[in-house]
Design a protein around this ligand. Structure first.
Ligand code: 48F
Length: 267
């Protein structure tokens, strides 16, 4: 390269991003939040061949996985989730004989990010899902804006993405579902019809609950990961991550089945 034209650099970035953004305005699945549950859901849904985009509020994906436990950057996974990590190309190390394994949190999330994007999932970082599309009966997409605009408190209208299914994988906050309930007073498929809120630390129960609570809670919107426990009043579990991985896998399988049904009905 003899010369370097700054304008070509700018044009390349603008054109490539716009191409990608335009290509993701009408998709199969919009995933809100790039923690372990959302990222794993993105990976499997893309592997199934669906058009999936993940929106992450922060600059980097990873959510609570990056920091391991209290910034000691290791995660613990239990035996049931080891096959998922192996499928990604990560071999966790056995820690004790009764089924505890460890893995580097940085390597796990970096690998998961690479696998999800290689499979065809698109990640939009630094974008916040600030609302959903709702026609009175069903959620039909997400409303997104730059996180920086929100942080600065700028009055800037968002843009809309149509999606056949939305996954709230926003973790402890249950941010997207909260907005749906607050604005529209809809009844969820929880015992009270509302978001129950998470309970304190009890890993044994929390890890079981997170998989059981992963489901469609209102037509068009699923909860996965810690958002599922926060929705159904399950316990938190701290830096044991098997449940998050299993929840991400489960939500992808449930949505895959729904999409297959829809596609065969439309034929
Ligand atoms: O919190 P997070 O890692 O959720 P998760 O996948 O995993 C939970 C664990 O990390 C840990 C735990 C147990 O093992 O309890 O906490 O359920 O990732 C959630 C991601 O969602 C993003 C947020 O920045 C984080 O990266 N997020 C939150 N609200 C929004 C959002 C929003 N409105 N739009 C886009 N991203």
């Amino acid at each position: 390269m003899k010369t370097l034209d700054d304008i070509i650099v700018s044009r390349a970035i603008i054109e490539k991003f716009m191409e990608r953004f335009r290509d993701n305005l009408d998709i199969d699945v919009a995933i809100c939040g790039g923690g372990p549950a959302g990222m794993l859901a993105a990976y499997y849904l893309a592997e199934f061949g669906h058009k999936v985009a993940l929106f992450e509020r922060k600059l980097s994906v990873g959510g609570g996985m990056w920091g391991g436990g209290m910034m000691f950057n290791f995660i613990v996974v239990q035996e049931d989730a080891v096959p998922i990590l192996k499928e990604l190309g990560i071999t966790p190390e056995p820690y004790s004989e009764d089924g505890y394994f460890t893995a580097c949190s940085i390597r796990t999330m970096a690998t998961l990010t690479a696998k999800a994007t290689e499979a065809g999932a698109t990640i939009f970082n630094a974008m916040t899902v600030e609302d959903v599309v709702w026609d009175g009966k069903r959620v039909g997409g997400v409303v997104v804006n730059w996180s920086a605009a929100q942080v600065a408190g700028l009055h800037i209208d968002p843009l809309t993405i149509r999606a056949k299914y939305v996954v709230d994988a926003t973790g402890h906050d249950t941010d997207v579902l909260k907005t749906l309930v607050r604005k529209n007073g809809v009844k969820l498929s929880t015992p009270t019809g509302n978001i129950l809120g998470e309970q304190s630390m009890f890993a044994l129960s929390g890890e079981k609950d997170v998989v059981r609570n992963t489901m469609e809670v209102y037509p068009g919107i699923f909860v996965a990961g810690m958002a599922a426990n926060a929705t159904f009043g399950g316990h938190r579990m701290g830096p044991i991550f098997g449940g998050m991985l299993l929840s991400g896998k489960k939500v992808s399988e449930e949505i895959h089945n729904c999409l297959i049904k829809q596609k065969s009905l439309n034929r």
